[in-house]
Design a protein. Structure first.
Length: 474
């Protein structure tokens, strides 16, 4: 009976993870395909402006959201609702000022947009921000499947509208107007879903939680600035054409950011419910490394060894100048096997999360100032890679201190290194075996090989995952 219940619990967690995965991956796939199509069809100038829209939207959304999504995921909802009810005046004033200031700064400093487009983008940002919060609440309440279905249809409409605008005479204003309407429809659908709130519970430590919220919000803001600072830095230095070339070279495939987001959300929900069982926290953290490494490592080596063939076919040789930047930027990818700040967030260490984000941005900024005059845009990419590795080490160090555990025990280091080297050897062999083969056949073979590696790794992980459950309950 215990075995059956454990398997049901693990199957339920797997289903929840799948629907969270599906919910997030569909819009990202749509946007990724659009980026490829638009980079092939639009002029460099129009493509650079198109991508700058998403840079601004990502930054402003996080700024005016100020940690609300992170707080929802890492906090008991009954406690959170009670806290908001008790502190609604100060919270409403704070977010009103923040929204006004953030949107006003965007209006003043946004580059390459006329006044009417700026107002439209502000409307879109507001709708997106509200939609994000309602969707996070939906997932936190266990409605991952509904969220996945909604996002499937949203991605379909989102992609279809981009193609329609491209085929009927491209206009950035019309594009954003249509996306705004689609987002409003999505928000209305989410708002119509009935949900049941639990009873309010008494706040036990309001002052500490307010500080925690503030630290998470500041960490999110600094984090999004760190993520986009290289592009924001160059947007005001380069022409739209040069910016487009740098953007495609430093553009991280959305899958990796998505994996971190979905895994982080899942871990926050699970770890926040088990903060008293530190062994279980470490075990959950290990599981995320093991699972994501089976996805991330093969993709990293595929992108590294076959980057020239990929750029040649995907971008029709238009962005070959981006290859040196891409070859540097992808060295961030091996880190995308967990959310390294999740333990600190769930143990109320928002200050440490914030300091890690500040460390990232300070190191990156200093290195950018040093390396850009020496190596140009390649130095900008290298600065971001180095600062990211420093931030990860900082988070792991302090997570170890929280759990009274050395860093090498927080992550399954030996297994990760063994897996990394084994996959590296396989791709070196594949790369030389395909040397001299026609480019399309070469790339197709590499893609099939990578997909088989992914399928094997994931299936092996889940077999071991459920086998452990059976063994533990015998």
């Amino acid at each position: 009976m215990a075995t059956t219940l454990s398997l049901i619990y693990k199957a339920d967690k797997s289903r929840r993870f799948f629907w969270q995965f599906f919910s997030k991956i569909m819009p990202l796939i749509a946007l990724f395909l659009i980026a490829i199509i638009y980079s092939r069809k639009l002029s460099y100038d129009n493509y650079g402006k198109f991508q700058s829209v998403w840079m601004y939207i990502n930054i402003v959304n996080v700024v005016i959201g100020f940690g609300l999504s992170s707080v929802i995921f890492s906090t008991n909802l009954n406690f959170l609702f009670s806290f908001i009810k008790t502190n609604r005046k100060i919270l409403s004033k704070f977010y009103t000022i923040l929204w006004f200031a953030g949107l006003a700064l965007f209006f003043v400093f946004a580059k390459n947009f006329n006044t009417s487009l700026k107002f439209l983008l502000i409307a879109f940002i507001i709708i997106q921000n509200i939609t994000t919060v309602t969707e996070v609440l939906l997932i936190k309440r266990g409605k991952e499947k509904i969220s996945g279905i909604i996002n499937f249809f949203y991605a379909f409409l989102f992609f279809g509208w981009h193609i329609y605008v491209l085929l009927t005479g491209y206009s950035l204003f019309h594009l954003i107007a249509g996306i705004t309407i689609i987002s409003i429809i999505k928000l209305i659908v989410i708002a119509m879903i009935p949900v049941k709130n639990g009873d309010y519970i008494e706040n036990t430590d309001e002052k500490h939680f307010l500080y925690h919220w503030g630290y998470l919000g500041m960490s999110d803001v600094v984090g999004v600035i760190a993520r986009w600072m290289d592009k924001a830095f160059l947007l005001y230095l380069l022409t739209a054409t040069d910016f487009a070339i740098f953007f495609n070279g430093s553009f991280e495939i959305p899958l990796f950011g998505f994996l971190i987001s979905i895994t982080g959300n899942f871990l926050m929900i699970e770890i926040s419910a088990n903060t008293q069982a530190k062994d279980k926290v470490i075990k959950l953290f290990h599981e995320s490394f093991k699972m994501l490494s089976t996805i991330v490592f093969p993709l990293f080596f595929f992108l590294f060894f076959f980057r020239e063939e990929l750029f040649s076919l995907v971008f029709n040789n238009r962005y070959n100048a981006s290859l040196p930047i891409f070859a540097i930027s992808i060295f961030i990818i091996p880190l995308r096997i967990s959310n390294y700040s999740v333990i600190l967030q769930c143990f109320g260490q928002g200050k440490k999360v914030l300091l890690g984000s500040i460390l990232d941005i300070v190191i990156a900024f200093i290195l950018m100032l040093v390396l850009y005059p020496l190596t140009g845009t390649r130095g900008i990419a290298l600065a971001i890679v180095i600062s990211t590795y420093c931030q990860v080490f900082y988070y792991l160090w302090h997570s170890g201190k929280i759990l009274n555990t050395p860093i090498y025990q927080i992550l399954p280091l030996q297994k990760l290194i063994t897996k990394f080297l084994a996959i590296l050897a396989l791709y070196i062999g594949l790369f030389y075996a395909l040397s001299g083969v026609e480019i399309k056949i070469k790339l197709l073979t590499a893609i099939i090989f990578t997909l088989l590696m992914e399928a094997y790794g994931i299936s092996k992980y889940f077999r071991l995952f459920f086998q452990k459950s059976r063994d533990q309950n015998k």
